[in-house]
Ligand binder design. Structure first.
Ligand code: FCB
Length: 445
């Protein structure tokens, strides 16, 4: 198989469906000396945190190579490009604005517009400036207000160049992986802190929304969450309950306050001391109307009950698995989309990330990545199925345009549809990228 095939009547082939590729600032930009250090720089400098001991100092050197990267994006035939802005490239530790940093993104946005490519901007993809971490980071409520100011500065400068703003990318990862599991920056393991950080992140989102709307009334404003549908390991009642609890804890904790203005009822599981401090009015701020919800999907998660009433995830062992060890489970995408639309009144959805780290095989100058290609084929069909079942999905973004810095995994895991040879920084479109390109170009004609 070298092609991606969709049914001729698929909504994904309609003109108004948006296809794009996605990246994030810390993972591709490099040029670290030209911005403030962030929590990921600090984390990378701590021995043992990043599997290959690498960091984001150079990454894909995108800051210096952005024009060529933009040509690459344009050559794919995509409708949209999703990228994030580096907070520390915009606001300095002393509070002053880095005009050069702003100018970088404005230029990129102008060039996207000139090529008729819609810009999907994410304001926060995990790279909190270290100077804010030094003041308490997301545990400090003030950080939500600093974020609102950052959103003000960015949205004023970018003006009408942006098609869509997402305030945050995957607050689950910033809060849970950063503060409970401790495998992401800043590497803390504390349940109460994880819940508190999640609340402050959502508050930051809520504070930024009216500012974005005011400054960019023509753009779509929303947030990007990651979802992993939760399945029980066995048919035992305890495991079924464990999977339900995991869903509340990992998925609904982030979505329910946004859509319904309350947190899931976990009062039986979380002690009062573990519950976040929520001030009167916070939940009204958080539950702003959303123009869209971004859904990131990679895999499902299977849970079993623990004797203390909590859940543990059961690592998949049976193939097919990606290089990350994640189960390839395309029907999970259809299922989570259906579950969410049955459970909530949802705004329009975009699949803002979907993709896989798989093995790339170089042969005669061509990068063969049949597993990634199959992954895209299956997940595009899964998206198609959800739309046929009535879910309002308006777009799909491949993660990622480029191989890049995959957080705690470093550079060893490759998610790109474009191969990056890091020593030379040469880019090569993989076979999966060629297949997507053919699909996208055919649609654009
Ligand atoms: C998501 C992140 C993205 C990338 C993919 C593989 O959780 O948003 O930056 O690392 O996973």
């Amino acid at each position: 198989m070298s092609k991606i095939l969709l049914p001729a009547d698929s909504a994904l082939l309609q003109d108004d469906f948006i296809f794009g590729v996605a990246t994030a600032a810390f993972q591709i930009e490099g040029a670290a000396a030209e911005r403030e250090p962030c929590i990921w720089d600090t984390f990378c400098a701590q021995p043992g945190r990043i599997k290959d001991g690498s960091n984001g100092q150079i990454a894909c050197d995108h800051i210096n190579r952005w024009r060529a990267d933009l040509e690459l994006i344009a050559s794919l035939g995509v409708d949209a490009y999703r990228f994030s802005v580096s907070w520390g490239r915009i606001i300095r530790a002393d509070g002053s604005i880095n005009q050069q940093g702003l100018a970088f993104y404005c230029q990129l946005l102008d060039e996207l517009k000139a090529r008729n490519i819609k810009a999907f901007v994410t304001l926060y993809h995990w790279d909190l400036p270290q100077y804010l971490q030094d003041r308490g980071g997301w545990l400090n409520r003030d950080t939500a207000y600093y974020f609102a100011r950052y959103a003000e500065v960015v949205s004023q400068a970018f003006a009408d160049r942006v098609y869509s703003y997402a305030t945050l990318n995957e607050p689950f990862c910033s809060a849970y992986l950063g503060y409970e599991a401790g495998i992401h920056a800043p590497g803390i393991q504390n349940r109460q802190q994880g819940r508190q950080v999640a609340h402050h992140l959502l508050l930051a989102h809520g504070l930024a929304m009216p500012i974005l709307r005011h400054n960019c009334p023509g753009a779509l404003h929303g947030i990007v969450l990651n979802f992993s549908p939760c399945y029980p390991a066995t048919t035992a009642v305890a495991d079924i309950e464990a999977a339900k609890l995991a869903d509340q804890y990992h998925n609904q904790w982030y979505l329910q306050p946004l859509l319904e203005g309350c947190y899931p009822d976990l009062s039986a599981q979380l002690s009062e001391a573990e519950w976040p401090q929520v001030l009167p009015g916070d939940l009204e701020i958080i539950a702003q109307p959303l123009d869209f919800l971004g859904v990131n999907y990679y895999t499902r998660t299977v849970f079993s009950a623990r004797s203390d009433g909590w859940f543990s995830d059961v690592k998949p062992t049976k193939p097919p698995l990606t290089d990350m060890g994640w189960e390839i489970y395309p029907q999970g995408l259809t299922e989570i989309l259906l579950q969410l639309s049955q459970r909530y009144t949802l705004p329009p959805l975009y699949i803002t990330e979907n993709g896989a780290a798989t093995v790339d095989i170089w042969q005669d100058g061509v990068v063969h990545d049949p597993e990634r290609l199959a992954y895209y084929q299956q997940h595009l069909l899964a998206t198609d199925s959800a739309i046929r079942a009535g879910v309002n999905v308006r777009g799909y973004f491949a993660w990622s345009l480029l191989d890049n810095f995959e957080w705690a995994e470093g550079y060893a895991k490759r998610f790109g549809i474009v191969y990056v040879d890091y020593p030379s920084q040469q880019r090569t479109l993989k076979a999966s990228g060629q297949a997507l390109q053919a699909l996208w170009q055919a649609r654009r004609k």
